[in-house]
Design a protein around this ligand. Sequence first.
Ligand SMILES: Nc1ncnc2c1ncn2[C@@H]1O[C@H](COP(=O)(O)OP(=O)(O)OP(=O)(O)O)[C@@H](O)[C@H]1O
Ligand SMILES: N[C@@H](CCO)C(=O)O
Length: 321
Amino acid sequence: MSVYTSVTPEQLDEFLAHFRQIGEARDLQGISQGVENTNYFLTTDRGEYILTLFERVPEQDLPFFLNLMAFLANDGLPVPRPVPDDEGSFLRRLAGKTAAIVTKLPGRTIYYPGVEHCAEVGRVLGRMHRAGQRFPDSRDNPRGPGWWQDTAAALEGDLSPDEWRLLQDELTYQYHNRRVDLPRGVIHADLFHDNALFEGNELTGVIDFYYACSDVLAFDLAIVANDWCIHPDGTLNPYRTRALLKNYNAERPLTSVEEALWPVMLRGAALRFWLSRLWDYHHPRDGELTSTKDPDTFRAILEARRDLPQNAWVGWPKAAE
Ligand SMILES: Nc1ncnc2c1ncn2[C@@H]1O[C@H](COP(=O)(O)OP(=O)(O)OP(=O)(O)O)[C@@H](O)[C@H]1O
Ligand SMILES: N[C@@H](CCO)C(=O)O
């Protein structure tokens, strides 16, 4: 469970007095999913919202995340819309934390994404990347290649010789295959299927923007492919991957450099989550109440991507059948 901070009815009423447009509180229910922040379902006499108290997100990055959500929502994308207080600010203190209210989106998490879900997330991600090109702010990726190097070095004593060899080999490969001419922009950076809501086959919500940053667009697409389009052994399902890439490409045509670098992107995206899960596994945070996600899942995904021949772009929409 992850309600780290309790809010009393008095604190809530005092807080909501500064958000007159959403009316008065009727109900507040803690949300058990999620590990980063404290989230509540908030019902008022005017509607349903999500109240988030930020527990670990760096304070200076909060305006980037909230402004980005507002920008994308204004562009018609299915993302939570932050509610400004009466002074026009998205952020306000509550129970000793910085807090925000965003709209509650309809839909439910799907546990086993199918071809239609992958097609739909491809379409929405392509639109989001296109819209993000006009977003004026930027934020460096705190989980980028510099972090990969630092985290790997800090993990040296924790890993088996086998893991260490694989990690070093992949870091070297990524270093030698880095390219500066890949299209960049705002990326979600954590669009796993548990951060999406669906009604039937329609994607009604993309949530959890707290890793969003400025980075390589195809890397974001690879993060999605590595989670939404895989078999249990980590290999890519060609039908789901093709559906993802085809619909993404219809929204934002992929370039030949992106095509050439697609296997590198898939490997880099697998490395990033293998590393973060290894770090969380070997260095659990104090007071962590939820179980750590299994690093071996992402080791298997990385190994499966390394096994792909350089010219095998599974599902690549422009590749020959
Ligand atoms: N805007 C929203 N509309 C509807 N449901 C939401 C919304 N925001 C969050 N939720 C619900 O709350 C749950 C937890 O939210 P979220 O995944 O953002 O948690 P977190 O702790 O902030 O992040 P993390 O998943 O990284 O731990 C989601 O699984 C979803 O069910
Ligand atoms: N999506 C991440 C956790 C949250 O960033 C993972 O599955 O490792």
